[in-house]
Ligand binder design. Structure first.
Ligand code: NDP
Ligand code: HSE
Length: 438
């Protein structure tokens, strides 16, 4: 029996995600009330344009352009507008008036998260954000709750679906980057500003959120190292496949041990890298997402599923809504994320990784020795070398060398690349890519 008063839910936004949240809330009203112990009453939906054509059959009477009045009359506010302003101001208004807030807005959390969490803490309200990283995949709650007693050491994830789709099509259908981007655009996978996806900004925002939860540390977005996929070539894809790898845009968050200077910390970074085809992330196809978490006691954990899509994202939001509503009805502790560890976010130079470098060199005696010496000069150990011949018309023959390194600091590896570029033994450098997951 439901004895608690109805809880008033305000929805900000009725686009891809918001329209699905509204539909599920209305369709599953009875079931949700039974789960929560109170009716969840959708009291209004704030939008910009009342005349816009919308998905589903939502009652026109719910729509308003007066978001502030809607917020002030709600117990729980769901923000699925996106962008920084007015989303930030609306969330602050909701929190300061004592409402719990649910948001899917990774861009806002990655840039103004501290301000929003502080505001929530001051008034004892809760800010939920399961949908902000990898949409339908439960990853925020496992990090906030299930792994709260463990020590997460590393997270490696594919957290941007559109770039995974693009790389997958390059890999499986042999498409160029441009052709794969056209497909992704036609399928509606890319953000309105595609650079958010292909330049790695979206993945960097998600990496900042994951790292701050995993390492109990504030992670400013500017300190997330970021490279997108725009320089990945069809030739790199072919070479990767031949060598048993696949190229993925990886978001990596990891603890870094202290070096000789005594400074340890964390690294948070996004870049395309080779990973072995048999690695769990190597099998993540299409627009799917996956997050591979390593923790001291739990060991390796894999989270996999839909990282985008209106209804998939709405699933995560409804999960947060049930949690928030149950807290109203039954009380119980809220979630407070701690940044007590306050670990330094270290620069990319401190990261230990491997490079695979493809060079064109003159096919002459002594050239290989010179190239090898360049690696030795920077204390970088070579693990594999493969040589193929490429005849160039009208000129001396050029040998292609594909060199894989052992693990070394990114500083040493990039110094090797700079030295190779300046070496008279090297005619061209056609590919430099990191290798992860081995
Ligand atoms: P859409 O662009 O489809 O929808 C945005 C909605 O917000 C629209 O209904 C729009 O109103 C409304 N809106 C925008 N600005 C205002 C404003 N100033 N005042 C009132 N209403 C406003 O976005 P999505 O649904 O795709 O995304 C929403 C959020 O969810 C974003 O933060 C996004 O990053 C996040 N997210 C999205 C995923 C996805 O797959 N789409 C996956 C995971 C997270 P109107 O319709 O009148 O223009
Ligand atoms: N642009 C994002 C992606 C949407 O491609 O994953 C989900 O956050």
């Amino acid at each position: 029996m439901i004895e608690y008063r109805p809880l008033r839910v305000a929805l900000l936004g009725a686009g891809s995600v918001g329209s699905q949240v509204a539909r599920l809330l209305l369709t599953n009203r009875v079931e949700l009330a039974a789960r929560v112990g109170a009716e969840l009453e959708l009291v209004g939906i704030a939008v910009r344009n009342l005349d816009a054509k919308r998905e589903g059959d939502l009652p026109a009477s719910l729509f308003t352009t007066d978001a502030e009045t809607l917020i002030l009359g709600a117990d729980i506010v769901i923000e699925v507008m996106g962008g920084i302003e007015p989303a930030r101001s609306y969330i602050l208004l909701a929190l300061n008036s004592g409402s719990d807030v649910i948001t899917a807005n990774k861009a806002l959390l990655a840039t103004h998260g501290t301000e929003l969490f502080d505001a929530a803490e001051q008034v004892g309200a809760q800010l939920y954000f399961e949908a902000a990283v990898a949409a339908a995949i439960p990853i925020i709650r496992p990090l906030r709750e299930s792994l709260a007693g463990d020590k997460v050491t590393r997270i490696m994830g594919i957290v941007n679906g559109s770039t995974n789709y693009i790389l997958d099509r390059m890999d499986t259908a042999g498409l160029s980057l441009e052709a794969a981007m056209v497909e992704a655009t036609d399928l509606g996978y890319l953000e309105a500003d595609p650079s958010l996806d292909v330049e790695g900004f979206d993945a960097a925002q998600k990496a900042a959120i994951l790292a701050s939860l995993a390492f109990h540390t504030e992670v400013p977005l500017e300190q997330v190292y970021r490279e997108g996929i725009t320089k990945v070539t069809a030739e790199q894809m072919i070479a990767a496949k031949r060598d048993g790898y696949v190229i993925k845009l990886l978001a990596i968050c990891e603890r870094i041990a202290a070096d000789d200077s005594g400074e340890g910390g964390i690294s948070v970074r996004v870049y395309p890298a080779l990973i072995p085809q048999e690695h769990p992330l190597g099998a993540v196809r299409g627009a799917f997402n996956a997050v591979f978490v390593e923790a001291e006691a739990a060991g390796a954990l894999m989270f996999y599923g839909s990282g985008a899509g209106g209804v998939q994202t709405a699933s995560a939001i409804l999960g947060d809504l049930v949690s928030a509503a149950k807290r109203h009805v039954a009380g119980g502790p809220g979630l407070a994320d701690s940044v007590h560890a306050n670990l330094p976010v270290l620069p990319i130079e401190r990261v230990l990784t491997r490079y695979q470098i493809t060079l064109g060199v003159a096919d002459q005696p002594g050239v290989l020795a010179k190239v090898a010496q360049t690696f030795a000069d920077h204390d970088v150990s070579i693990e594999t070398v493969e040589q193929g011949l490429r005849a160039v018309a009208g000129r001396k023959s050029v040998a292609l060398l594909e060199i894989g390194t052992h693990q070394a600091s990114d500083a040493a590896l990039s110094a090797v690349v700079a030295a190779l570029a300046a070496s008279d033994a090297v005619e061209s450098i056609s590919s430099v890519i990191r290798v992860e997951g081995i």
